[in-house]
Design a protein around this ligand. Structure first.
Ligand SMILES: CC/C=C\C/C=C\C/C=C\C/C=C\C/C=C\C/C=C/C(=O)SCCNC(=O)CCNC(=O)[C@H](O)C(C)(C)COP(=O)(O)OP(=O)(O)OC[C@H]1O[C@@H](n2cnc3c(N)ncnc32)[C@H](O)[C@@H]1OP(=O)(O)O
Ligand code: FAD
Length: 572
């Protein structure tokens, strides 16, 4: 981060997972023994959970930690090739410790996955310790600055006190003491919550680069004989970029909400109140998946909207994409996270609401929907009038779409069961609907939080332009997902036509403020690291300078001429 603040680096896991896991799962004695030296980078750690054979299926992880009461030690072992820890960041060459997730065995019984602090390299020589085989997993799509590594443990012994025991414990005689809640050992909620904000940052950077460049790039003819227009004046360019701009603002507000919610609920958990953990897990899992999938696609829209120069690394857009895209996989693969939110929260809440339970938090609308189902349906049965100007009515439309898709998923499971399928098969044969339900739930949360945020804005001019962005975000989502709304009877074809027309008006309304709206992200040139996105807009001179600096231009005649071309000529 001393070179460039946002590039991935080998210490990311130490800062982003090793330290937070100690904070969440270490006893005071373990904090004293490990946190202080880790804070001073004497201990450098990683978070080693994923194995070659398993990343998603935690219960399938094979690494074992077997307690030996005769020596008061755990024996950590990788029993199979597929059990080798694989992917942890900073593991290959940087870390000298790892928090290893392993199946705990004591007194002949397996108690599931627990966390163990395992020294892996000598603190002074950095040589791997006895029984430790560790290295880098090789070149990747990106993240070339990070030594994602492998770790094979061959009967490595660690003291009893190296098991993180804030929640679960093993007594000296090997007795296992259960944690207050089995869910506390899962972890990952912190980083998933933080990733929502990372999605916003990736969007803000990408649309700042693309919109600034689109304001300085002149191309083609809009009116014959007139000077070439800014490409930002093309409706298609606005249709590509302004919804990304709106999403950048939306996710910024959601990222703040997610951080605040994490802070609030983790505070309750530290105080012994675990009641909100399901909401935190469902929200962080769902919003992590929803925002990273959306941002991942939007970065590519921004890159392609810059034409050929977008493909140059001078634009920074290829690097932003390469560094952002693994967020859809790590910290919980997105499809799996969407399924978690649906199966472990939305369907469960739907069933509770269906028997009259009053729900709280982000699913409270399911109670309202359940009550609605009990009332006689209006004779017309048609879609309610649609306002393409009233944000609150659009929030309600998204709420009803989410309720409709949650009900559709729950009913699909019921139908599969009635066909005689097992529970597991019924869920699997409804998983497309479950993902759609989660997506719609998260989309409603994002739209609602955007509109809620406007209530906190005092400045009338700022509130007006943010309201236009919120309208664009909501209407573009309506247009992109019109099938859901039509299928739920929430939208008619004439209304869909009006939505498209309104979107075009909003694009025109936003054009004068577009550059000011990306400047408002206040991303300086160093942070953007983009020739196309320079604040001064002086692109061409700096693009030429950037190219001149390319290593290939260090000599006028590259050595390849003499080594290959010339000899090749002589043989032809
Ligand atoms: C962004 C950084 C910002 C700040 C940091 C600063 C600087 C550092 C910068 C960057 C550092 C960050 C990242 C660097 C890059 C990469 C790091 C990547 C790391 C990793 O990828 S770590 C490995 C991630 N792996 C996973 O997430 C595994 C996914 N799989 C699972 O979670 C589980 O297998 C799954 C899918 C939940 C299923 O497990 P299981 O079958 O055991 O559970 P059930 O579905 O039966 O559910 C049982 C029960 O438990 C509840 N539950 C499940 N998970 C959780 C949880 N995490 N928290 C709370 N509760 C959970 C579930 O709801 C059920 O409850 P119920 O019984 O229904 O009440
Ligand atoms: C850049 C990067 C950094 C990483 N850093 C770390 C780290 O520091 N520490 C660490 O422990 N791990 C790390 N990982 C590993 C990461 O956590 C896993 O890759 C991730 O959890 C996905 O697991 P997997 O790779 O086994 O994929 P799989 O789970 O095998 O997924 C493959 C496909 O199967 C599908 N699938 C899997 N299970 C289900 C299901 N139940 N229902 C429906 N579909 C399913 C998925 O949707 C996906 O399409 C990192 C990965 C990357 C790419």
């Amino acid at each position: 981060s001393c070179v460039h603040p946002d590039r991935p680096e080998p210490l990311d896991l130490h800062l982003g997972m090793f330290l937070p896991t100690l904070l969440n799962q270490a006893t005071p004695e373990q904090m004293e023994r490990f946190f202080t030296p880790a804070w001073n980078l004497r201990i450098i750690g990683t978070y080693a959970q994923t194995e070659m054979g398993h990343g998603t299926h935690l219960r399938g992880l094979e690494t074992t930690a077997t307690f030996d009461p005769s020596t008061q030690e755990f024996v950590l072992h990788s029993p199979t090739i597929s059990s080798i820890k694989w992917w942890p960041g900073g593991l290959g060459k940087t870390s000298n410790h790892a928090i290893v997730l392993a199946q705990l065995h004591t007194q002949g019984r397996c108690h599931g996955l627990h966390a163990f602090i395992v020294p892996i390299r000598d603190m002074d020589t950095h040589v791997p310790l006895p029984g430790v085989v560790v290295g880098d997993i090789g070149p990747k799509f990106g993240f070339s600055e990070v030594d994602n590594g492998f770790l094979k443990l061959e009967h490595v012994r660690i003291p009893l006190d190296n098991m993180l025991m804030k929640f679960a414990k093993v007594e000296p005689d090997g007795t296992y003491v259960k944690p207050p809640s089995a869910k506390l050992t899962y972890g990952m909620v912190f980083i998933r919550s933080m990733i929502v904000g990372q999605s916003a940052l990736a969007l803000a950077k990408s649309c700042t680069i693309a919109i600034r460049y689109s304001a300085v790039r002149h191309q083609s003819e809009l009116r014959p004989g007139e000077p070439e227009p800014q490409i930002l004046n093309y409706q298609t360019q606005q249709h590509k970029l302004f919804p990304v701009l709106a999403a950048a603002y939306a996710f910024t507000f959601v990222g703040q909400y997610m951080k605040d919610t994490y802070r609030r609920i983790s505070g309750d958990i530290h105080a012994g109140d675990y009641s909100q953990l399901p909401e935190l897990h469902a929200l962080s899992a769902g919003l992590k998946a929803f925002t990273t999938w959306a941002a991942n696609a939007a970065i590519e829209v921004c890159r392609m909207s810059c034409g050929g120069h977008g493909y140059s690394r001078s634009s920074a857009l290829p690097d932003i994409y390469v560094e952002f895209t693994p967020t859809c996989t790590y910290e919980g693969e997105n499809t799996v996270m969407m399924l978690q939110t649906a199966s472990r929260y939305l369907v469960k809440s739907y069933r509770q609401a269906s028997v009259g339970q009053r729900l709280q938090g982000s699913v409270s609308y399911l109670s309202e929907a359940a009550a609605q189902r009990l009332r006689p349906r209006p004779v017309s049965g048609g879609a309610a009038p649609l306002s393409t100007q009233d944000l609150l009515s659009l929030v309600h439309l998204y709420q009803r779409r989410a309720a409709s898709l949650v009900e559709l998923a729950a009913k699909s499971i019921q139908q599969e069961l009635q066909r005689g399928r097992s529970q597991e098969e019924a869920w699997n044969h409804s998983s497309i609907d479950l993902v759609r339900a989660s997506d719609a739930h998260c989309h409603f949360v994002v739209v609602k939080l955007f509109v809620d945020k406007l209530e906190q804005v005092d400045d009338a001019a700022v509130k007006a332009v943010l309201s236009t962005l919120a309208l664009l975000y909501a209407l573009k989502g309506l247009a992109d997902n019109s099938g859901d709304f039509l299928q739920a009877g929430l939208l008619t074809v004439p209304q869909a036509t009006r939505v498209s027309a309104r979107i075009k008006e909003l694009l025109e309304e936003l054009r004068p403020d577009a550059v000011a709206l990306v400047d408002a992200f206040d991303l300086n040139d160093r942070k953007l690291n983009s020739v196309l996105g320079r604040y001064d807009g002086n692109v061409y001179e700096h693009l030429y300078e950037w190219a001149r600096q390319s290593p290939l231009n260090a000599t006028e005649v590259h050595e390849s001429f003499h080594k290959y071309l010339k000899p090749l000529r002589s043989r032809l």
